[in-house]
Every structure is written in C-alpha cells, then in structure tokens.
Design a protein around this ligand. Structure first.
Ligand code: ZN
Length: 217
C-alpha cells in the first residue's frame, strides 16, 4: 500500500528515514486472513453510503438489512467499489483499521475511544494534511542540497504547522467531533495497527538536520 501521491511528486525524507509508520502490513494481512473477514466488490451498496470503501461489521449490516429490506447482509467484511488495486491505499488502510479495531472495542473504550472513527479520522488527517505540511520542508532542504538559498522562514513555519495542527487534532478531537485522543489511545492504535507518528520527535529530527540543513546561502 503505497502513498504515491506524496512520493511521486515530492522528495519524502520522512518516509525514507522512517520518521513515522503509517501501518504494519502484517497486522493488516493478519486481520484480512481472519475467517470472518471477506472482501466484496459492491458499488451499489457503497453508493448508498457515499463511500468508495467500507468495513461493515455485524451490527451495522443487520441494522441496514432490516431497515432497507436488503437481502445482502455483510458481516465483518471489507466492501470495495472496485478491485483492491484500484482503491487507494489510504482508503484500504482506513477500512482495515476499522476491521482491526472491531476486535478491540473494550480496550478502545478504556482508552476513551467510544467511536473508532476518531482514530481513522486522525490517520486520514496525518496522511492528507500532515504530509502536505512536510512537503515545503522537504522542498527547502532540497534547495539547500542543490546549493540554492533555503528559506528558513518557510522551513520553520511548515514544521510548526505540522506540529500544531496534528497536536490540535488530538487535543480537540478534531474540533470536538470526537473526544480528545489521549496518549494511551495512540499507544493502543500503534500496538494494533503499527500506526506510529511521534509528532515532536519528527519535528526534532528535521531540526537536528537528519534530512539536511536549511542554510540561507
Ligand atoms: Zn471510517
């Protein structure tokens, strides 16, 4: 599951040097191999949900079936709008995180996560917004590597933005859409999925020059 939109167009030292981990593919494959999880391609079903992919757990499927008189009942299955290779890695990962979390409701509740969408929404935020904030950082460092003038203001501002926006998402539960996401919830998410984004450490590694130094020449 690659995140080519980031990598194709831009250098990505934070990926190459392993500053963060988006997911442990083994943990996702383990869940996919569970007998209760099957993959179906059902565009019509997803159109009703206005989604390109969905993990449908037993309760949800039962409810929908009764409500809509739908003979198709999914139970802990991954539903895709197209073949897996045509669905984005981000969407697949998001839904497989739900599939994994579904087995750990009690632990998540204990970590003050009554709705696991809080964690998958944070995953999306990191991939979409967080990565975007790091692109200008990488671009300034690339300029410096090529002997050009590196803009320290952009470098610093982008790193500050990365840190404050991710931290703000966690503290406010994405502007009070969810409960605040506590450190123990992130630790549980890391154990279950491999997702590990140590915000301060990432910023410090950039500032310490692991991806090069921003010097105004
Ligand atoms: Zn979701």
């Amino acid at each position: 599951m690659g995140y080519t939109p980031v990598r194709e167009r831009n250098p990505a030292c934070f990926l190459d040097k392993g500053f963060l981990t988006i997911a442990d593919i083994n943990k996702i494959e383990d869940r996919l191999n569970d007998t209760d999880v099957d993959i179906y391609i059902d565009k019509k079903f997803l159109n009703k949900l206005k989604a390109l992919a969905a993990y449908v757990d037993f309760g949800f499927a039962s409810l929908k079936a009764i409500k809509r008189g739908n003979p198709l009942t999914y139970s802990n299955d991954l539903i895709l709008a197209d073949s897996p290779t045509k669905v984005s890695g981000q969407d697949l990962t998001h839904e497989m995180f739900h599939a994994i979390f579904d087995l750990h409701d009690d632990e998540l509740s204990s970590a003050q996560i009554p709705d696991d969408e809080a964690l998958t929404a944070y995953f999306d935020f990191v991939v979409q917004i967080g990565f975007q904030r790091l692109i200008p950082v990488e671009k300034e460092l690339e300029k410096a590597r090529n002997g050009k003038k590196c803009n320290q203001r952009i470098f610093n501002k982008s790193l500050d933005g990365f840190e404050s926006e991710l931290t703000n998402f966690l503290i406010t539960g994405n502007g009070n859409k969810f409960l605040p996401i506590l450190p123990q919830a992130l630790e549980l998410m890391k154990q279950l999925t491999g997702f590990n984004v140590p915000i301060t450490e990432i910023v410090n590694r950039y500032r310490n020059g692991e991806c090069g130094v921003c010097i105004a020449k």
